[in-house]
Design a protein around this ligand. Structure first.
Ligand SMILES: Cc1cc2nc3c(=O)[nH]c(=O)nc-3n(C[C@H](O)[C@H](O)[C@H](O)COP(=O)(O)OP(=O)(O)OC[C@H]3O[C@@H](n4cnc5c(N)ncnc54)[C@H](O)[C@@H]3O)c2cc1C
Length: 504
């Protein structure tokens, strides 16, 4: 029996996968599509991560979809509200009927002879057994996020096996963990750590955030007063659009200011921290990073909750290096020992491109590290493949929306031109930069060598700028010398025959 065929196969039913399906339904209604999702639920990140306090660290007015207003008064939102927003979108638009759960895609092989991808997945049955399934499609759209789902990043800590308490990674939070009255040490200083500290300190005996070096932390109100005011005055979509543009403009301004005047921005952030923590607190040691603002993602904390937790005495920050784990906790290089019942290793993610699937084109394995990223959407030499990778300096969804609309525009263009294959060709362009530039976060540095690279000029640059992308993805022509359109030999021959018959 021939494998089932779809015009478009979407990998992943997270924020981006549902976005992709919405755009396909709206802009390419004649296309058939399916979403293959390895897990059992919609939501991706917002379903996987269940640690206490899980929330967005960017505002939902830009992290919501362009087509569906975010109606909650909380602009910095709890994870479960984001999960509901994604699930409700899928249900209301009938997208959920197109999702097949429990399909983990392992391999995808492109054939130029038929202009199809052959996609191999392992399907989990109800009794937990796995069976191989193959589907085919003309266009593969990876919405698989940017990190490995099976486990997060955990460095080897010396003596970890000696520790008599519980060690937890936030990516695999135990459902019924009771930390009431427990001493907790959280290793890390990123968004996850600064979320966990105030949340756990509500009931834990004490929470210590143990960091090797500090991160920029800024407080913002959980509610966006202007957005909430506009919502009371205008129809929901108008209010949403205005608030979205307000926040895009503000984020772009702050990012550009950080790039041009980093010392000025650093001084402003640290002044605010001092205002929160008081003059006696050692801001220089615990809240003054060694890098420039936006060289790593800024950590946003709602209503200064992290600072409040420290001031209340229920939480503290220690800046030091781990010497070894002990039976009772962690011994630091300074000689100090932190006693703990629970150690949380908020040490990050393992980045992964295209959901970790093996790609091949006409029998040749694709080595992504040797490819160039075309507009941050496709990769050189690989036909009919696109993926969503959002912004690191703004909300993910801003770029996801642009990419989804771009892919639909491209598919419609190909239909109009009667071509079934599009391949970005890099020609003489060579790699000059990693996929994400000037970003020093550990999880990026560990992974970027194996990711597609950037060339020196467009369309081989990956922008971290919504306005530039809006032009490049919404308006720019496909006739840019980099996209090569073709047809499989059989189709080409048959169009030649049709042409010959027509001429006769
Ligand atoms: C803790 C945390 C907090 C974050 N906070 C923010 C924030 O505040 N703002 C922001 O803009 N971004 C944030 N991000 C980035 C975040 O990942 C994006 O906001 C968004 O969730 C990405 O959506 P996605 O659908 O592209 O990827 P994901 O949410 O990762 O979803 C990918 C889906 O693809 C599936 N999948 C992957 N591989 C395969 C495969 N081989 N076969 C089948 N299915 C597969 C996964 O199971 C998953 O359901 C955060 C990330 C994390 C981890």
């Amino acid at each position: 029996m021939d494998p089932e065929y779809f015009d478009v196969l979407i990998i992943g039913a997270g924020l981006s996968g549902i976005d992709a399906a919405h755009h396909l339904q709206k802009l390419c209604p004649a296309k058939t599509y399916v979403i293959l999702e390895q897990r059992e639920r919609i939501g991706g990140t917002w379903d996987l991560f269940r640690y206490p306090g899980i929330r967005s660290d960017s505002d939902m007015l830009t992290m919501g979809y362009s087509f569906r207003p975010w109606l909650s008064p909380k602009a910095i939102s709890p994870g479960e509200d984001i999960r509901s927003y994604i699930t409700d979108t899928a249900r209301d638009e009938g997208i959920d009927r197109h999702i097949r759960f429990g399909y983990q895609i392992k391999r995808a092989a492109w054939s130029s002879d038929t202009a199809t991808w052959s996609v191999e997945a392992a399907r989990k049955s109800a009794d937990g057994r796995e069976e191989p399934v193959t589907l085919t499609c003309n266009f593969l759209f990876s919405c698989a996020g940017y990190y490995r789902y099976s486990s997060g990043y955990s460095p080897e800590f010396p003596g970890a096996e000696r520790f008599e308490g519980t060690i937890i990674h936030p990516q695999a939070w135990p459902e019924h963990l009771d930390y009431t009255g427990k001493r907790v040490v959280i290793i890390g200083s990123g968004a996850t750590a600064v979320t966990l500290v105030p949340a756990m300190s509500k009931t834990a005996a004490h929470v210590t955030m143990l960091q090797r070096s500090p991160t920029y932390i800024i407080s913002a109100p959980e509610q966006d007063k202007i957005a909430n005011w506009l919502r009371g005055k205008l129809p929901p979509m108008w209010a949403y659009r205005l608030s979205r543009w307000k926040n895009v403009a503000f984020m772009t301004y702050v990012y550009q200011l950080s790039q041009r005047f980093p010392d000025f921005v650093t001084a402003g952030i640290l002044k605010k921290v001092r205002e929160h923590m008081g003059t006696d607190y050692d801001v220089a040691t615990h809240f003054t990073p060694r890098y420039r603002p936006w060289e790593q993602r800024l950590c946003l904390v709602p209503n200064a909750d992290m600072f409040e937790a420290i001031k209340s005495g229920r939480a503290s920050v220690v800046t030091d290096r781990i010497d070894t784990f002990t039976e009772k906790g962690i011994k630091l290089q300074s000689g100090q020992e932190l006693e703990a019942d629970i150690i949380v290793t908020a040490t990050g993610l393992v980045m992964q491109a295209f959901g970790g699937i093996d790609l091949s084109v006409d029998g040749r394995a694709v080595d992504l590290s040797k490819t160039l990223a075309y507009k941050g959407v496709m990769v050189s030499g690989v036909p009919n493949l696109a993926s969503v990778f959002g912004y690191i300096n703004a909300s993910w969804t801003l770029k996801a929306d642009l990419i989804c609309a771009y892919v639909c525009r491209l598919l419609n263009f190909m239909d109009r031109k009667h071509v079934r294959q599009v391949t970005p060709k890099s020609g003489n362009e060579s790699a000059v930069a990693p996929f994400v530039e000037n970003f020093s976060s550990g999880y990026m540095q560990r992974a970027l060598a194996s990711w597609p690279k950037q060339g020196a000029k467009k369309p081989w640059r990956v922008h971290q700028n919504y306005l530039r992308d809006a032009f490049s993805l919404k308006v720019a022509s496909f006739d840019d010398g980099a996209l090569q359109f073709s047809n499989p030999p059989v189709a080409a021959k048959s169009s030649e025959r049709q042409l010959a018959a027509a001429v006769k």
